[in-house]
Design a protein around this ligand. Sequence first.
Ligand code: NAD
Length: 347
Amino acid sequence: MELAVFSAKPYDKKYLSEALALRSDSSIELIFHDFSLSEDTVALANGSDAVCVFVNDTLNTPVIEALHQAGVRAILLRCAGFNNVDLIKAEKLGLFVANVPSYSPEAVAEFAVALIQTLNRNTHRAYNRVREGNFSLDGLLGRTLHGKTVGVVGTGKIGVAFARIMKGFGCRLLAHDPYPVDAFKELGDYTDLDTLLSQSDFVSLHCPLMPSTDHIINEASVAKMKKGAMLVNTSRGPLIETRAVIAALKTKHLGGLALDVYDGEGALFYNDHSGEVIQDDELMRLTTFHNVLVCGHQAFFTEEALGEIADSTLRNLEDFDERKPCHNALVKQGHLYVKKKSLPVRI
Ligand SMILES: NC(=O)c1ccc[n+]([C@@H]2O[C@H](COP(=O)([O-])OP(=O)(O)OC[C@H]3O[C@@H](n4cnc5c(N)ncnc54)[C@H](O)[C@@H]3O)[C@@H](O)[C@H]2O)c1
C-alpha cells in the first residue's frame, strides 16, 4: 500500500520510517515529497493509495476531488487540527480521513508555559543583551507568576495539561469552554469568556479553529482584556485577528503577545525564507515589538510527540486497510464523524 507523505521534513522521514521499521510484515510503502500538497502538486499522489499531510497542506475541494480521481482512498493527517480539510467533500466522495487527536498534549502545554515564562521574564531579551556584553536589567522587569490569574480558553487535552502546570506555579485558574470537564474543575473555575478576559493576567488559547472561534480574539474582545495582560496562542492562527492585537500592543493595552501559530502561516512556516523579502506586513510589524514572541508552529515538536504521531498515523492507515474500527476517523465510509458546526470556516 503506497502512502505519499507530503510536506515531508527530515524529522518526518526519520520518525515515520522508524515506526514502519517496527512493523516487520507491513505492506505500507512510504513515498516522501518535500513540498506541500496543493492544487499544483496533487498530481504527485497519482498511484498512491493514501496521502499523509500536515497542518499547512491544502485539502480544499479541488484537491480532494483530484485525490479521489487519482485513486487515493485515505487521507491521514499527522496532526490534531483538521481545519485545512474539506471534510464534507471527502465524505461525499467516500474518502477515509483520520487525524492524530492526541499526542503528548503536555508537549504543547509545556511550550505555552515556556512562551509565558520567556515573555514575562524577558529571557529572550536577556539572551541577546548578554551576548553583546550588556548586563543592564533595565527593561527586563517581569511579574511573579505565583498568585496571578491565568485564563484558559478551551479545556481539552492541552488546555487541562496547561492548567495543571500553571496550578503548580500557584496561579488562580479561570477557564471558558462550552463543554466543561471535571479534570479542570479540580484546578479552577469555569466562567464566561468576557469575565475570563477581564480578570486574567495571562490568557492562553487552547480551543480548535471553527466558526465559533474564528477571530475569537478581535478588536472587541481584546478591549475586554485586563490592561497589561499577556496573550498566548499555541492553537491555530486565525483565532486571533492580527490587526486588532497590533493596535492593542501599540496602545499598550495588551502587555505582551506570544504566538506559536499565525493567521497566514501557511505561506511561510516550516520553510527558510531568510533570503527573501517577506511580504506579510502584519507579521513583520509583530516582530518589531519587544514584547512579542513569534515561533514557527513548533509547540508539538518533541521526540516523544513525533514518535506518537508517526505510530498513530500508520495505525490509522492499518485500521482503514484492515477494515477495523478506527478511533481517529473523521470521515469513514461516507460518514462524517465530526459535528457539522465544528467544520472549518476557511480552507
Ligand atoms: N501548536 C501546535 O503545535 C499544536 C499541536 C497540537 C494541537 N494544536 C492545537 O491545539 C488545539 C487544542 O488541542 P486539544 O488536543 O486540547 O483539543 P481538544 O479537542 O482536546 O480540546 C479542545 C477544547 O476546546 C473546546 N472548545 C470548543 N469551542 C470552544 C469555544 N468557543 N471556546 C472555548 N473552548 C472551546 C472544546 O470543547 C474542547 O474542550 C487543537 O485544536 C489544535 O488546533 C496545536
